[in-house]
Design a protein around this ligand. Structure first.
Ligand SMILES: *Cc1c(COP(=O)(O)O)cnc(C)c1O
Length: 428
């Protein structure tokens, strides 16, 4: 498959080139050039298909020109080593939750980070430069990428995160792997971290010395696999008796990688009726949809910290793919996050994380009587136990136990200046 840049001013890239480049040379993001919807009979059978089989079919549409079917199967099996359950909250099955957090670092990022590692590992042939993966994180991407690439032969991982932003569990996940994983604590915001990664990923001088891969969701390798759980969620909704024409999906959104992948799933023929993007108080996307302009404001720190971004990097993809799709945005404040967590517990006895709670609040506000809604729980409540404990108090005792990892490698502290980051990358 070939990929074009959303800025329409860069050469068409092969899969390998698109993965290696991260951003296209014109600063745009890659998207598949020809998207052919999956055949109709496939959709008639999906309720009976397990998540691994669905992921295989979807992965094949992107990878079949570059890999043998058995290899695609291996990649999918290596990535999806955990379940993706969709649970009914109410009796009628009109309000469901897709739990996407059963991977090793307890967030949705495990799906795409593990897929990326499995895929990238198979396209290193012939390139003997030192291999480096770099990613910025506001909470979850870093640990998922680090865990996915940790101990893969000859790979080094560098993660940049903003000082003072991560929860204790998130920080421990980054600093407890050690060895090939270096965590850099940046005195700045997540968006500073993203800019530094982008500068590194576009630094030709640096890239002539090392094979540097951008592990963030702008990378096409992650984007491809973020479509899987939309197919799976849809299939599980059908299996639970939902009306196939009335399925609505609420997607907790920050950098809009997941949202863009949902729109890609729709292009592949998945008949989702409509999407609701749920953001926290960082509302650049809501303002973009309402007013048609992108106006950045300083990043706000919220309870749904993995969505704290003022520059949703996948916005160009969403913009390119949203034609004719019913897509609305709801901004969920910290107060409403807390109320959502409390309400879910009171109504359904369900303990939800603050990111998933954004999806729930947005869905609950908008769902029509004839519709079947599923919101995505993107992190385990255990990973965000501080916020969940604040909302539920005593009742949340059971989930407040901490991840028992210990810091083994102190993070390197750096100013948000590219030169200092480059020095660190070239010295490890
Ligand atoms: C990354 C993340 C999101 C947002 O996903 P995007 O693709 O960046 O919009 C939501 N919730 C959690 C827990 C995440 O880690």
């Amino acid at each position: 498959m070939q990929f074009y840049s959303t800025n329409h001013n860069a050469p068409i890239a092969s899969l390998t080139e698109a993965i290696n480049n991260g951003f296209a040379s014109d600063g745009g993001l890659y998207l598949p050039q020809n998207i052919v919807p999956l055949p109709r009979p496939f959709f008639r059978n999906i309720a009976e298909m397990p998540s691994g089989d669905l992921a295989y079919v979807v992965a094949n549409t992107f990878l079949s020109e570059d890999f043998e079917p058995e290899t695609v199967r291996e990649i999918v099996n290596e990535a999806l080593t955990f379940p993706l359950p969709v649970k009914r909250l109410d009796e009628s099955g009109r309000v469901c939750v897709a739990e996407l957090f059963h991977g090793p670092t307890m967030s949705v990022k495990d799906i795409s980070a593990r897929f990326m590692a499995a895929l990238v590992r198979r396209i290193t042939d012939g390139d003997d430069r030192p291999f480096h993966v770099i990613a910025a994180t506001s909470g979850d991407a870093g640990s998922a990428v680090a865990e996915a690439f940790h101990k893969l032969d000859g790979v080094k991982v560098t993660i940049l995160y903003p000082k003072g932003w991560l929860t204790p569990v998130q920080k421990l996940q980054l600093t407890s792997l050690g060895e090939d994983v270096t965590a850099i604590e940046v005195r700045g915001s997540f968006d500073d971290c993203q800019n530094l990664v982008k500068a590194a990923a576009m630094d030709e001088n640096l890239k002539s010395k090392i094979r540097l891969i951008d592990g963030n969701s702008i990378n096409i390798a992650r984007f491809i696999s973020q479509t899987f759980h939309f197919f799976n969620s849809f299939a599980r909704m059908l299996e639970g008796g939902a009306d196939p024409e009335q399925i609505v999906m609420a997607v907790p959104s920050g950098n809009l990688g997941n949202m863009a992948a949902g729109l890609m799933a729709k292009r592949l023929g998945l008949p989702v009726k409509r999407f609701i993007a749920a953001t926290n108080d960082n509302d650049v996307f809501a303002r973009f949809i309402a007013e048609g302009v992108v106006e950045y404001r300083p990043t706000l720190k919220t309870f749904a910290n993995a969505m704290d971004t003022a520059y949703p990097t996948n916005l160009p993809r969403v913009n390119e793919l949203r034609d004719d799709v019913d897509l609305s945005v709801t901004t969920v404040s910290d107060d409403r996050i807390i109320d959502g967590i409390k309400e879910m517990y009171a109504r359904y006895g369900y303990i939800c994380d603050p990111h998933g709670a954004c999806g729930y609040v947005a869905l609950d506000e908008q769902l029509k009587p004839e519709e079947y809604g599923v919101f995505m729980a993107t992190a385990s409540p255990q990973k965000c136990s501080e916020v969940v404990f604040d909302a539920l108090g005593e009742k949340a005792q059971i989930i407040s136990k901490k991840d028992n990892r210990r810091q083994v490698k102190a993070p390197v502290t750096a100013a948000p200046i590219y030169q200092s980051i480059k020095e660190i990358i070239t010295s490890i």
